[in-house]
Design a protein around this ligand. Structure first.
Ligand code: MG
Length: 158
């Protein structure tokens, strides 16, 4: 059995007048994430982890933000495509683990909904998708609520 692990990391800026979408779940907040797509920073980190695991580049390469096709794109639809690519290349997603770095809002009430949506898009059981959240203890740009960050690892088996 061949086993690969990939890592993903992403940040997006928090601004007024945008929706806050994390793991495919719209979360009520005074600020939202700025980006070409829906700026779902968690889904983006997970996609890069999956692409890393199969050494297939990154989402910037796969879904360029210069392409109008991805303007306002639903990142879970993109995750579905990345998961399909993983399978096409002969791999099975074993698990995904991710951490969201956000000072506010409190994410705990939304974690299970994010796991369910991400698992459905990735085509794996919800038990194999972990989402955690942490604050930055008010330190640095994420701690000042200038943005939200996410990191993820994914393991795939052949
Ligand atoms: Mg991104």
């Amino acid at each position: 059995m061949k086993l690969h692990t990939g890592i993903g990391f992403d940040t997006h800026r928090l601004v007024e007048g945008r929706r806050l979408v994390l793991g495919g779940v719209e979360i009520p907040h005074t600020l939202g994430l700025l980006g070409h797509s829906d700026a779902d920073v968690l889904a983006h980190a997970i996609m890069d982890a999956l692409l890393g695991a199969i050494a297939a580049g990154d989402i910037g390469h796969l879904f360029p933000d210069s392409d109008p096709a991805y303007e306002g794109a639903d990142s879970l639809a993109l995750l579905r495509r990345v998961a399909a690519l993983v399978r096409e290349r002969g791999w099975r997603i074993e698990n995904i683990d991710a951490t969201v770095m956000a000072e506010r809002p409190k994410l705990a009430p939304h974690i299970d909904a994010m796991r369910a949506r991400l698992a459905e898009a990735a085509g794996i059981p919800v038990e194999d998708v972990s989402v955690k959240a942490t604050t930055m203890e008010k330190m640095g740009h994420l701690g000042r609520e200038e943005g939200i960050g996410a990191m993820a690892v994914a393991t795939v088996v052949q």
